[in-house]
Design a protein around this ligand. Structure first.
Ligand SMILES: NC(=O)c1ccc[n+]([C@@H]2O[C@H](COP(=O)([O-])OP(=O)(O)OC[C@H]3O[C@@H](n4cnc5c(N)ncnc54)[C@H](O)[C@@H]3O)[C@@H](O)[C@H]2O)c1
Ligand SMILES: [Zn+2]
Length: 375
């Protein structure tokens, strides 16, 4: 690699209690709040209403996990009919709420969501007819959506997913307040944390990696490996929550410039066909994918070696043990996927858009079969 560039335009505000900076960041602009349904019961939505004050135009709190284009049409139409006056969306929630907000912020001429889906289906960049600004406030530590320019929109009925990715869909600012993650139960905490680990490793074994994304990725992966097991035993520990929030955001900074690779490419089918949460679907194969990455490039091996405190050759088994110790099964068959299906899934994933970002070949010196038993 001789030439490279790194770009991330999001202003990052970080720390326990930093949500209180929202009025200053909004600076009097008219705002809509987009959040998850439980935010009212947690007292989060009342707090947000207080912080936005007289600038509040409206609230969307019926967002759903893994936003599906089939469920977004009515929400989108109502949003653009009733909240057209807002200048900024304050998106507060996990990746699902943040990605829903990114879909809502892009306005079509007709105000209909189908028009946006048609544009996404072309897979080509487009200039939005109108667009709102975004302030992203994550309440999970995982997706990094607060510092990436894209949103994942699912279409389960068609077995597809769309990636919304425009210069306009980066957040203007991210308020990353680890206190907001304290209410997240164990299951989503684990899935989100492993999503962050996956983002960091995927940005290293990636044809788009550069020295800045590598630095972020190494730091993020090491922080997840050192923090997540302790957090799973102590979910109300704000120090550990803070480290995971930092790790997830830092992983976001890494993959915001590289996109993901093979583990994510495999994950989409595992989520759509086998119902795995995103963070589990994109992490249970990490040991196997690492085995395929090692040996593809001496330069990439050197970066990967800096992630692990064990020799790189031992790292795939180490990763499998790390995941299994957190209760994540690392073999396809544990999810009811047999040998022939997993081999087919792997071949398809390598041919997918994200799979093509992967540095390794379908079979590498250290590659293991997708079914090979873990130690
Ligand atoms: N845009 C990106 O860069 C990007 C990257 C990775 C993943 N994603 C997407 O993000 C989604 C997954 O996001 P996620 O892992 O953050 O989970 P999520 O947003 O789906 O949230 C999981 C559940 O936890 C609830 N929740 C969220 N915050 C909470 C809190 N603080 N306390 C209690 N409950 C809370 C949600 O309402 C939901 O029911 C997937 O759809 C995935 O495709 C996007
Ligand atoms: Zn992910």
């Amino acid at each position: 690699m001789t030439h490279w560039q790194y770009h991330n335009p999001v202003a990052m505000h970080f720390g326990a209690g930093v949500l209180e900076a929202l009025p200053r960041v909004l600076a009097g602009r008219k705002a809509s709040i987009v959040t998850f349904p439980e935010a009212e019961a947690f007292g989060l939505l009342p707090r947000l209403r207080r912080l936005v004050g007289d600038s509040l135009v409206g609230v969307v709190d019926r967002t759903e996990p893994n936003p599906d284009v089939d469920g977004l049409g009515a929400m989108y139409r109502a949003f653009w009919r009733e909240q057209a006056a807002s200048e900024v969306i304050v998106a507060v929630g996990g990746g699902s709420a943040l990605d829903t907000a990114k879909a809502l912020m892009v306005g079509t001429e007709s105000g209909e969501f189908d028009a946006l889906v048609s544009l996404l289906a072309t897979g080509k960049p487009f200039k939005p007819h109108r667009v709102k600004k975004l302030i992203a406030v994550p309440t999970t530590s995982g997706t990094g959506s607060e510092v990436t320019g894209w949103a994942t929109l699912w279409h389960r009925a068609a077995g597809k997913k769309y990636s919304l990715h425009l210069p306009e869909t980066w957040a203007e600012a991210a308020l990353v307040d680890p206190e907001l993650t304290l209410s997240l139960p164990a299951g989503p905490t684990l899935a989100a944390g492993l999503d962050a680990l996956s983002h960091s490793l995927e940005s290293i074994w990636n044809v788009n990696a550069n020295p800045i994304s590598d630095q972020h990725a190494i730091a993020a992966a090491r922080l997840v490996l050192a923090t997540l097991p302790a957090l799973m035993n102590d979910l109300s520990n704000i120090e550990l929550r803070s480290r995971m929030s930092l790790a997830a955001m830092t992983a976001g900074l890494a993959f915001s410039n590289t996109k993901t690779a093979l583990a994510h490419s495999i994950s989409y089918e595992m989520t759509m066909q086998h119902g795995l949460p995103h963070g589990i679907a994109c992490s249970f194969t990490l040991g196997m994918v690492l085995g395929r990455a090692i040996g593809a490039s001496a330069a990439r091996d050197a970066v990967l070696a800096r992630v692990f405190d064990v020799p790189l050759a031992d790292a795939p088994a180490y990763l499998d043990r790390f995941l299994e110790s957190l209760g994540v099964r690392t073999r396809f068959e544990a999810y009811g996927v047999g040998a022939a299906e997993s081999e087919r899934m792997l071949r398809d994933a390598l041919e997918g858009v994200r799979g093509k970002n992967f540095i390794g070949a379908a079979t590498g010196a250290n590659a293991r079969s997708s079914q090979e038993a873990t130690s």
